[in-house]
Design a binder for this molecule. Structure first.
Ligand code: GLY
Length: 310
């Protein structure tokens, strides 16, 4: 098989008011994730594998709101959502509201590979994962003392995920990880994984694991992953909206900025987005104080916690 394309990998580790004392950990975490995904691509592996590996590294890293270390929901539990999608076949796999999986992205990948369905939630998703060789853990294994303190503080402040005036959660209450990749075969993939918003209602699913909202991939348009306050992104079906604009001929960076402008102007939403097309062109934008990101291309590594575009 001809390997014709130069691979590209772009990851994000959340767009929010990343506190100053957590900046280094975020930057280190996205760098490690990019390295893991890049190893796959360098060896001629698929974009799908690279996305899965990069995201699993961030789920395993306590820094991020994904896997262990995620924000707690109103019941004081970690409840996780993830989606992975492949751009040549449009195959996708997602899990929602899972409480006993360390790496929801690996369960999502099993759904993509081994199921005629696309999406599993809750206990059924956990059963599917276990039947496909993924060990379950206790929910307590995913909970950090840091998050218990944060959650108790939020409860004391009568913090609500969506206040009555629908102003949305504050910018220090969500984080999410994601990755997009182009492999040497010319295929693109995307994945997104999250613990959702702090103190969210039990059973609430955000944008991250819904096709076209927090994640999308089609070789004909773009691979997209979003992060931020999920409800406005769901209303705008933001990832698909962005992918469609790339398909219509706009450059990914222009589209990334347009998507965030639309999120802000239409619904006062906040968050960030990464995009990659099958020509290897990338886009990244956010309207939050910080966004952790890293990319790799042959001969080029970059990472940061502010938009590289200024
Ligand atoms: N974007 C993550 C969430 O709202 O659940």
């Amino acid at each position: 098989m001809t390997l014709s394309k130069q691979p590209v990998l772009l990851v994000h580790g959340g767009a929010w008011a990343i506190p100053y004392d957590a900046v280094d950990a975020h930057q280190h975490g996205v760098r490690k994730a990019a390295e893991a995904g890049w190893r796959v691509l360098e060896q001629g592996g698929t974009a799908l594998d690279a996305v899965e590996e990069a995201i699993a590294v961030m789920e395993d890293d306590d820094t991020f709101d994904a896997g262990r270390g995620s924000f707690l929901n109103e019941d004081g539990k970690v409840q996780l959502d993830a989606l992975i999608m492949e751009g040549s076949t449009l195959q996708a796999g997602g899990v929602g509201c899972v409480e006993r999986l360390r790496n929801p992205i690996r369960a999502a990948r099993k759904v993509l590979n081994d199921s005629p369905h696309i999406y599993f939630v809750g206990e059924g998703a956990e059963r599917f994962a276990e039947e496909h060789g993924i060990a379950l853990c206790a929910n307590e294994d995913l909970i950090l003392e840091r998050e218990l303190v944060r959650w108790k503080d939020a409860k004391k402040q009568k913090f609500l995920t969506v206040p009555p005036e629908f102003a949305g959660p504050p910018m220090d209450s969500h984080d999410t990880v994601g990755a997009v990749a182009l492999d040497a075969h010319g295929n693109i993939s995307a994945g997104t994984s999250t613990g959702g918003t702090l103190n969210k209602a039990a059973g609430r699913i955000g944008d991250s694991s819904l096709i076209g909202c927090g994640c999308y991939a089609d070789n004909l348009s773009a691979a997209v992953s979003t992060t931020g306050w999920g409800e406005p992104m769901m209303k705008l079906v933001l990832s698909k909206w962005a992918a469609d604009r790339v398909e219509m001929g706009e450059a990914p960076q222009q589209v990334a900025q347009a998507a965030i402008d639309r999120l802000q102007s239409r619904l006062k939403g906040h968050g960030g987005i990464i995009l990659l097309d099958s020509q290897g062109r990338i886009g990244l934008a956010h309207n939050t104080p910080r966004m952790a990101w890293a990319w790799r291309r042959p001969g080029e590594n970059a990472d940061g916690v502010q938009s590289p575009r200024g």
